[in-house]
Design a protein around this ligand. Structure first.
Ligand code: DC
Length: 234
């Protein structure tokens, strides 16, 4: 493929488990861009907090301690043999562990902390300095890259997202309960949308994509079309 020499920043935001990362990864591969999963960074901080026993019995976070230990956290992404990025926490591959229910059920608390967000947003902005990057998350188009040339906001119903997550975890051999996953998805939506710092919302200039009834292939095509349109107009 003849990659354009014009490089842009692509921001993909939306609810949890709505297929953002699959479409973002596919596009990155097709156009030779760097793909960054910003949610993995919040998950890695959550795993760090779990390991350091920074969650109190009531689910709250020991904020003072986490703030003090935050400089010890180094998050990187390394491509595996299939050229897929995997998340590393202080040099250890934690890709599998950060996707489990233990981290998933606590990550919203961590993502609601202003000092955690400030640090991760700063790191994300450094990653995008050279452009040629596609990043997915919740606040990429509104906060991390407000000047991104292409912004996408993805939605799908909670039931459909829970089913996708259920299928994904079951395929990995995890024994999970659909109702529990649906509850987890709805709870994360609620916390993501109502938190005080950078709540999930569509940027005014983002294109909305409801993918409830689209196949990954159809989404991929749609996204590539948007990318080509923006590049052609530069
Ligand atoms: O996309 P995900 O489900 O892996 O995200 C994990 C959590 O991190 C989710 O609760 C939302 C939060 N998050 C965020 O607040 N900001 C981002 N840019 C990415 C994720």
């Amino acid at each position: 493929m003849n990659h354009s020499t014009k490089k842009i920043v692509i921001a993909v935001d939306g609810f949890s488990s709505c297929g953002k990362s699959t479409m973002a990864k596919d596009l990155a591969k097709a156009i030779g861009y760097i793909y960054i999963d910003s949610g993995a960074m919040y998950r890695a901080v959550t795993l760090f907090a779990l390991r350091r026993n920074l969650f109190l019995a009531d689910g709250q976070v020991n904020e003072e301690q986490l703030r003090a230990e935050l400089p010890e956290i180094r998050i990187t992404f390394v491509l595996n043999q299939e050229q897929r990025p995997e998340t590393y926490l202080n040099g250890e591959n934690v890709e599998k562990e950060i996707r489990g229910l233990e981290v998933s059920s606590r990550v919203s608390r961590i993502a609601a902390l202003d000092f955690v967000r400030a640090e991760l947003v700063h790191q994300q902005q450094l990653m995008g300095q050279e452009k040629g990057i596609i990043m997915d998350g919740r606040d990429i188009g509104t906060c991390v890259f407000p000047n991104a040339e292409l912004k996408i906001f993805v939605t799908a119903s909670a039931e459909i997202r829970a089913q996708r997550r259920y299928d994904e975890l079951t395929a990995k051999g995890e024994k999970v309960n659909f109702e529990e996953i649906l509850h987890n998805v709805q709870e994360r939506d609620r916390i993501d949308m109502t938190r005080a710092v950078s709540p999930l919302r569509k940027a005014d200039d983002a294109l909305e994509l409801d993918n409830s009834h689209l196949t990954p292939e159809q989404q991929k095509e749609w996204l590539l079309k948007q990318y080509n349109r923006v590049i052609a107009a530069l």
